[in-house]
Design a protein around this ligand. Structure first.
Ligand code: S3P
Length: 318
């Protein structure tokens, strides 16, 4: 999973990106600097000698290259957002934070710089305002907007805060893991009823948990009748129920919908869905994409690609 920074020239992407990468212990990549390496010359010369179109080609190649990276903070160039394919590539493996900036700040910060090719000729206020306006729609495509604050430190802190606000859910299978989850600071526990060897432990676990319990069953494919029984069991074992299945047939979608209706009639909060690809990163990414809970196991991983609870905490900067 990556953290991607977008925004106009002078919005602070590179400075904020470096601070974030240090704080979060993540790598750092800057597409402008990478483009200079590939071309073997500074941006101004790429633009003047090879043209903007060539630079945009390199930038799109880099969009693919940085998307293949992991655990990296990526500062993009100001025009990176203009190509749909660049955004598609980075969104697949990253949360996009847009740094807002006003025309006045752009002038103060980079008005006199000679290394911004697009500002070189006729570096006027009107020109900057026009460019910012022309791109405003493209910049809107971000998961989060960081409104302009005074200084890169504060912008980095705003991003860290957003990441830290994620709630952590510890996946557990027995009493011992339930205790450990609470010591480790889980906000929720997910009790995998289907994986429990000793179901008589359920009442004891529920009464010992100080955090909300999500009672979960996960199946490849599940029959409707069986699901109703499972729902009842979850209502006894958890504050919230969760049923996940991995078959993706239309029939199963219908069954899941009817189950959600039943749970609603009984006033029981139920999470029910069909699980897609099991990439480890989706567990962290979901929160950065606006989700509410990030899951990790307390004991041995219980699903392919699942990470440990401490690893999740670290990746969320907690
Ligand atoms: C550009 C912004 C620059 C650089 C290139 C084009 C743009 O990046 O990619 O000069 O189109 O806005 P910075 O935003 O880092 O200055």
């Amino acid at each position: 999973m990556n953290i991607v920074l977008t925004g106009f020239m002078g919005s602070g992407k590179s400075t904020v990106g470096k601070i974030l990468s240090e704080r979060l212990g993540m790598g750092f990549a800057d597409t402008d600097r990478m483009a200079e390496k590939i071309a073997g010359k500074r941006l101004v010369r790429i633009f003047s000698e090879e043209g903007e179109a060539k630079f945009r080609e390199i930038e799109s190649q880099l969009a693919l290259a940085v998307s293949a990276m992991d655990n990296t903070v990526i500062a993009t160039g100001g025009g990176f957002v203009l190509r749909h394919e660049n955004m598609e590539a980075i969104e697949a493996n990253g949360a996009v934070f847009r740094l807002d900036v006003s025309v006045d700040s752009v002038i103060v910060r980079i008005g006199h710089c000679t290394d911004r090719p697009l500002l070189l000729s006729g570096n006027s206020r009107e020109k900057i305002a026009r460019q910012l306006e022309n791109r405003s729609e493209a910049y809107k495509r971000a998961d989060f907007t960081i409104t302009e604050v005074h200084g890169a430190e504060k912008a980095a802190e705003a991003i860290m805060e957003r990441i830290r606000s994620a709630k952590l859910c510890a996946v557990i299978r027995n009493r011992e893991e339930a205790e450990k989850a609470q010591v480790l600071g889980a906000d929720f526990v997910e009790l995998r009823i289907d994986l429990m060897e000793n179901k008589v432990e359920i009442p004891g676990i529920i009464s010992s948990c100080k955090v909300p319990v999500i009672a979960t069953n996960r199946g490849p494919g599940l029959e409707e009748l069986e699901l109703e029984k499972i729902l009842e069991m979850e209502m006894r074992a958890g504050d919230i129920g969760k049923i996940v299945t991995t078959d993706k047939s239309e029939e199963e979608v219908r069954v899941i919908f009817s189950l959600l209706r039943k749970a609603k009639e009984k006033n029981f909060p139920l999470i029910a869905f069909l699980m897609g690809e099991k990439f480890a990163d989706t567990r962290v990414l979901s929160v950065l994409k606006g989700g509410f809970l990030a899951f990790a196991s307390v004991g041995e991983p219980v699903a392919e690609g699942q990470m440990g609870f401490m690893e999740l905490k670290r990746r969320l900067g907690k």
